[in-house]
Design a protein. Structure first.
Ligand code: UDP
Length: 410
């Protein structure tokens, strides 16, 4: 089976033994030994930007190295399609849905267009998120195994969009959610898979302190003063303007700096407008660094996270928040909103601090800046929490186990 997307540099599976221990890697090999040559197809809507692309970039080459014949395809569409799917995304997170009624037909027409373009031939097909959900039409005679992997917080979906999607989802063999609270009443089996990060990827691997320092200086950030950072696409649900407001409160007490670093995703049409809003909110404060990063900035993001004093994730809604996972892995104290999958990662006062407002966020940041020993302990505990639950190898194990289960039950 050919590969749709170019695969990034392979990190060998044995390399994970240094992080996890040999027995865990051996377990993956044993599970995969019964799936040699089995065909798997992953489909999502963007190759770069956002958490789903981040996971697939690592998951796909590892499953390939373990002997599965895996391909990753990305659907395409015009601006009208991505305007609709972004509106879906916001509505499924609980917002209103303002698109015209024919938007559903446009959505389905783009799925048809992709069906004509893509070869859908996996024994296991995993469709990520709503954008490609209707590719299920390619399935004939109930052949193969089709799974819908939902990365969105579906706990309070807008009924108009959910009523459209639900019949599609119910035709799959199963659905994967990132948290028990996100699952819905469906007629198909549901599985819980935590999202994950790759500790050996460029985004997360260890770095020399000199490199971190050099990166900060390259962005004109002063390493000698506290640095508060939020890494996120410029998206209103990440509330970057709220982050600027929280920073302004903290700034009254601490001579700190704020870094808001992000870029776009191919399937997110709102980025430029939100970036402009943030630039306006920051006005001409020289201590606010708004960095519009290109998609190939993994090393810079790693260095910015490592160089930060406190990492913020002030999302209003969140699927899971891989940026939080990345920060915890780097032993950083995190202040994050108690939304979506964040409380699964940030256990209040154990692996970080949760907040519910601009003022609450500012309060928790001030607490951490005043108590560096506590901040450091939270970071250490956060690191262990990620090691236990949110590393890519756990995700690989879950997929292998699911595929074996589906084979056994067919
Ligand atoms: N990210 C990135 N460049 C950016 C902004 C984000 O590479 O400019 C990465 C970030 O490091 C994380 C992922 O994209 O790995 C974002 O995932 P998350 O689950 O936090 O949010 P999403 O964007 O999927 O809503």
């Amino acid at each position: 089976m050919s590969t749709g997307m170019p695969l990034p540099r392979l990190i060998h599976i044995d390399d994970y033994a240094s992080v996890l221990g040999e027995p865990q890697v051996e377990e993956l090999r044993t599970l995969a030994s019964r799936l040699q040559g089995r065909t798997v197809q992953m489909v999502n809507s963007t190759a770069v930007g956002g958490g789903v692309a981040e996971i697939l970039t690592r998951l796909v080459p590892i499953l390939q190295e373990l002997g599965l014949a895996i391909r990753w395809d990305v659907i395409t569409g015009g601006n009208d399609f991505f305007d609709i799917t972004k509106a879906f995304h916001n509505a499924l997170h609980g917002g209103s849905y303002e698109m015209p009624p024919e938007s559903f037909e446009v959505f389905l027409a783009y799925n048809e267009q992709n069906l004509a373009r893509l070869q859908m031939e996996g024994e296991f097909t995993v469709i990520h998120d709503p954008q490609p959900v209707a590719l299920l039409k390619a399935r004939h005679d109930q052949s193969g195994h089709w799974i819908w992997r939902c990365h969105i917080d579906l706990s309070r979906p807008n009924p108009t969009v959910w009523q459209f999607l639900e019949p599609w989802v119910n035709r799959y063999d199963g659905a994967i959610f990132s948290s028990p609270e996100f699952s819905r009443q469906l007629s198909i089996p549901q599985y819980l898979f935590y999202p994950c990060i790759d500790p050996l990827a460029e985004k997360n691997r260890e770095m020399e302190p000199e490199f971190v320092r050099g990166t900060l200086e390259r962005f004109s950030i002063d390493p000698a003063r506290p640095i508060l950072t939020q890494i996120s696409r410029f998206d209103r649900l990440k509330d970057p303007v709220g982050v600027v407001r929280a920073y302004r409160i903290v700034k009254r007490y601490f001579d700190c700096q704020l870094v808001l670093a992000g870029g776009g995703a191919d399937d997110d049409p709102e980025g430029a407008a939100v970036l402009a809003e943030v630039q306006e909110a920051a006005a001409s404060d020289a201590d606010v660094h708004i960095l519009n990063l290109p998609p190939w900035s993994a090393t810079e993001i790693n260095a910015l996270q490592r160089g930060s004093t406190v990492i913020i994730q002030k999302s209003l809604r969140e699927g899971f928040g891989l940026t939080v996972t990345e920060a915890l892995w780097k032993k950083k104290p995190v202040v994050a909103s108690a939304v979506g999958g964040i409380p699964t990662q940030v256990i209040h006062k154990h692996t970080g601090l949760l907040a519910h407002s601009v003022e609450g966020t500012a309060y928790q940041i001030r607490f951490l800046l005043s108590n560096p020993a506590i901040a450091s302990r939270l970071g250490e505990q956060g690191h262990e929490h990620v090691r236990e639950h949110f590393l890519i190898t756990s995700n690989v194990r879950r997929y292998l186990t699911l595929f074996l289960h589906l084979l056994g039950s067919s």
